[in-house]
Design a protein around this ligand. Structure first.
Ligand SMILES: C[S@@+](CC[C@H](N)C(=O)[O-])C[C@H]1O[C@@H](n2cnc3c(N)ncnc32)[C@H](O)[C@@H]1O
Length: 314
């Protein structure tokens, strides 16, 4: 027998997660956000409200018929349209929440957590915050013992991010500080274990981050264009206090698999961004001279960017 569902008069929607970041379980409750997917795969997001009706082209679905049902139920409209009803997952929420700036998509956030080695209890620096999509993934990865300090130079964007995170987690988590200001000038002195930059010009922030990142710490830069990729890699090399940066492009492709029709899905995702990953050397330590010469022409007369410290040029 299912638990009785307490009724609440509150107008504010319930957070999607528990305050400690665990997904909710048990019967669907009034005030909770759920997504309804039709048989064509279209998704609709609603907040369960006693007495309300979700209207479709074939009659309504009464919210009262969903309240008290298990997560993963099927709802049918008066005219016979069927919908799958689920609580949203983090990756679904990230792509559906209001945004002011381009977000880090779930596929890239997943890679940032792995290649950037974000661990439970880590002290993580993030800039900029944008809409808070990556912040949500980082907050989940650091867990209740970690600390995420997120810098955003636009106060209006920081507000959007705070609202998005609060809707998901039910308020600003105790593990999160949002600092409004430019990272270079607003950066705090506290040491950090991991740093993640998602901004137009991460090369401007390498020195400031380098001073706070502990020896062995991991710096991840997420950039969307090849010109940004080249520039941030060269700036990291010019700093001299990091390992040789590695660059990745994360591609992912949906597949259609049905009987004998097995092929990439139509409308497969395009380019999103690149990851640049490197590790901070201990304070005062410089990267040893590289034995491999740079690629021919890499730092030829037309190159005007910063020069690496650990490479024999010419
Ligand atoms: C692409 S958005 C970040 C999106 C975010 N990672 C997300 O997943 O929602 C880039 C953000 O960096 C901010 N920004 C750019 N340079 C910055 C700097 N030097 N310090 C702080 N914020 C910066 C911009 O205002 C913008 O909001």
């Amino acid at each position: 027998m299912s638990e009785p569902v307490p009724m609440r008069a509150s107008a504010a929607p319930e957070p999607i997660m528990h305050a400690d970041g665990r997904p909710r379980t048990g019967p669907l409750r009034p005030g909770e956000r759920v997504s309804l997917s039709d048989t064509k795969g279209n998704r609709h997001s609603i907040v369960l409200t006693p007495g309300a009706v979700f209207h479709t082209t074939k009659g309504g679905v009464a919210h009262d018929d969903l309240i008290g049902q298990p997560d993963g139920t099927v709802a049918t409209s008066v005219g016979g349209l069927a919908f799958l009803v689920f609580r949203p997952l983090l990756n679904e929420y990230m792509v559906s929440m209001p945004r002011e700036a381009a977000i880090v998509y779930p596929k890239d956030a997943a890679q940032i957590v792995m290649w950037g080695d974000i661990f439970p209890g880590a002290r993580v620096l993030e800039a900029g915050v944008g809409s808070g999509s990556l912040s949500l993934a980082l907050l989940r990865a650091i867990g209740p013992e970690g600390r995420l300090t997120s810098y955003e130079r636009r106060a209006d964007f920081a507000d959007v991010a705070r609202k998005n995170v609060a809707e998901f987690l039910g308020g600003a988590p105790a593990t999160w500080d949002v600092v409004v200001g430019d990272l270079v000038t607003a950066i705090r002195d506290d040491p950090v274990d991991r740093a993640v930059l998602d901004m137009l010009a991460p090369w401007d922030c390498i020195d400031a981050v380098g001073e706070r990142l502990v020896g062995g710490g991991v710096l991840t830069c997420y950039v969307t264009t090849v010109t940004q990729l080249g520039r941030v890699m060269d700036q990291v090399r010019a700093h001299g206090g990091f390992t040789e940066p590695a660059a990745y492009e994360i591609t992912s492709r949906d597949w259609h698999a049905e009987g004998l029709a097995i092929r990439p899905a139509h409308g497969a995702g395009g380019h999103t961004g690149f990851l640049v990953i490197c590790r901070r050397l201990a304070p005062g330590v410089q990267a040893p001279l590289r034995r491999r010469r740079p690629a021919e022409g890499a730092y030829g007369p037309d190159y005007t960017g910063p020069l690496p410290r650990n490479v024999i040029l010419g």
